[in-house]
Design a protein around this ligand. Structure first.
Ligand SMILES: [Zn+2]
Length: 293
């Protein structure tokens, strides 16, 4: 079993010209990896790679010792039946860009299942196609559970796909919220997901589901993160171990299932910059204790 790596999501709200400095800051905090959101820089336009930016970002990644993982951009909707070809082209371009940037794993969002069967079938088929293409490019696809849907639907999808190149990113913050809303026990849910998990997102929250996230997403997005944090409301992306999630127990279950990938601390990092190094050290210590490293 490998010693798991400790990572962080890319620094939030940076400009493209700050990318290289942000990688150095992350390195300074002591992280091994950074997860790069493909929409944080205009790398794709109308389903096509933007070549000057692909070259620019590749140069920066090649100069950095950090391992880079990928996160799909927001707005991709493979349940969209009006412009399916356009959305598929964005996913294909995302896979292509990852391969060219040296990224070997890409997290995708499950979001919320549609009640329309045709949309769910389109979603499944688009990913089945993408899993083959991504395998040919050396990019592992990872479906992430989101707090607005029951995690069992992600498990069902990954099992039904039954593809070596289509596995799961477990977001423990999302899982902790979703079991409060949809029912279930958090640690039991981690156990059910664990055999399919090849990547993680580790952040904390209070377990208080914010119904507005489902009922009125437009209004939810206007809420200031500071306000939601003060209320402990919803997916507040606290640093790991700053909230109420039993993270150690979850890590123990993942270890028991043989997971030895990346513990990717995916938190609202721009709000916690003074603590970047401490957050890395605390997570690494916990993982070291559980894995005996
Ligand atoms: Zn996540």
């Amino acid at each position: 079993m490998n010693t798991p790596l400790i990572g962080i999501n890319g620094l939030i709200k940076i400009k493209p010209e700050q990318l290289e400095a942000s990688l150095e800051a992350i390195r300074g905090f002591g992280f091994d990896c950074m997860e790069f959101n493909l929409a944080s820089i205009p790398l794709i336009a109308h389903g096509e790679p933007v070549e000057p930016y692909v070259d620019y970002v590749r140069g920066i990644f090649e100069r950095s010792p950090l391992k880079i993982t990928g996160h799909i951009g927001e707005g991709l909707d493979l349940r969209n039946l009006r412009e399916p070809a356009l959305h598929k082209s964005v996913l294909a371009a995302s896979i292509d860009v990852c391969a060219r940037l040296g990224i070997d794993r890409l997290t995708l969002h499950f979001s919320k299942a549609s009640p329309i069967l045709k949309e769910e079938e389109a979603f499944f088929e688009a990913h089945a196609e993408a899993a083959d293409y991504a395998a040919s490019r050396g990019v592992l696809l990872l479906m992430e559970n989101i707090e607005i849907e029951d995690y069992r639907k992600v498990i069902d999808m990954v099992r039904r796909m039954n593809h070596d190149n289509f596995k799961m990113t477990l977001d423990i913050g999302h899982l902790y919220l979703s079991v409060r809303y949809f029912g279930g026990d958090f640690l039991q849910a981690v156990r059910e997901c664990a055999p399919l998990v090849r990547h993680t997102h580790i952040n904390d929250n209070t377990g208080r589901f914010e119904p507005m996230r489902l009922e009125n997403f437009a209004l939810y997005k206007t809420l200031h993160m500071g306000t939601r944090t003060a209320l402990g409301s919803g997916d507040i992306h606290l640093p790991p171990l700053w909230g109420k999630i039993p993270i150690r127990e979850a890590v123990e279950i993942l270890r028991g299932a043989g997971f030895d990938g990346i513990f990717l601390c995916e938190y609202e990092n721009d709000l916690y910059m003074p603590f970047g190094e401490k957050i890395q050290q605390d997570m690494r210590r916990l993982v070291g204790e559980v894995y005996g490293g």
